[in-house]
Design a protein around this ligand. Structure first.
Ligand SMILES: *Cc1c(COP(=O)(O)O)cnc(C)c1O
Length: 224
């Protein structure tokens, strides 16, 4: 498995580059976030050895167990928190992450602003948009996004860089990526985190600046 990680990374990077060029975008315009959730530190080490520096984890606690030691050995490692974030984990997330991709509600905005003040650290933030309006899924509803983006900037003075989405599993993701790109453009946001193992090429065609790829690199997860 560890041997496969380097080969998988090479293959995914080639596909990202091909999709980027096919979309008429500049080389490197879409960055790979290697989603290492549920995988042990050894798997992250194998990816680091293959030159990967940007990682995504969806649980703060799991990231806190794995990443401080890895970061000590690789100071240029960058970590994105990509999972739903509870307000009581905001401070740990601010301490750990370079980017938090899942800001999606006023209570969390307040908690992150307070955590940033206390920690003296300001990770970049993405706002997660529930483009499919799925009841079980995190993210601000598209109709509420404009007001929320504005409030994050003015009320909480948060460093909002862009938007993130996870389209409904059983739908064509294209229209969801289009919606996210339009929302971002309307608000002068430049970062678009969208696309996973099954649809990252489509996301790149729609302007993704970050694709979050897990199983295509680390293998299919057992659970969680
Ligand atoms: C797990 C996860 C991914 C990666 O999914 P794969 O299908 O394994 O590539 C991407 N984004 C989020 C938010 C995730 O939780």
């Amino acid at each position: 498995m560890l041997d496969d990680i380097a080969a998988n990374l090479t293959r995914i990077r080639a596909r990202i580059e091909a999709a980027t060029l096919a979309a008429g975008r500049a080389p490197g315009a879409a960055q790979l976030v290697a989603v290492s959730k549920t995988n042990p530190a050894e798997a992250v080490q194998a990816a680091l050895a293959a030159g990967q520096r940007l990682f995504g984890e969806n649980r703060v606690q799991e990231a806190a167990g794995k990443f401080p030691a890895l970061r000590a050995a690789h100071p240029d490692l960058r970590l994105h928190i990509i999972g739903p974030l509870q307000t009581n984990k905001a401070r740990d997330a601010v301490r750990l992450a370079d980017v938090i991709e899942t800001l999606d509600r006023p209570k969390l905005a307040t908690a992150l602003a307070e955590a940033m003040a206390k920690e003296g650290r300001r990770p970049d933030l993405l706002i997660q948009v529930n483009t499919g309006a799925e009841p079980q899924k995190a993210g601000i509803l598209p109709a509420e996004a404009p007001e929320f983006i504005q409030a994050c900037r003015t009320t909480w003075n948060l460093p909002i860089l862009g938007l993130m989405c996870i389209p409904p599993a059983e739908e064509d993701p294209g229209p969801h990526f289009t919606l996210l790109a339009q929302l971002a453009q309307a608000h002068g946001l430049t970062t678009l985190s969208m696309g996973m193992s099954g649809d990252f090429e489509t996301a790149i065609r729609h302007g993704a600046t970050h694709v979050r790829v897990g199983s295509a690199i680390f293998g299919v997860r057992a659970a969680g």
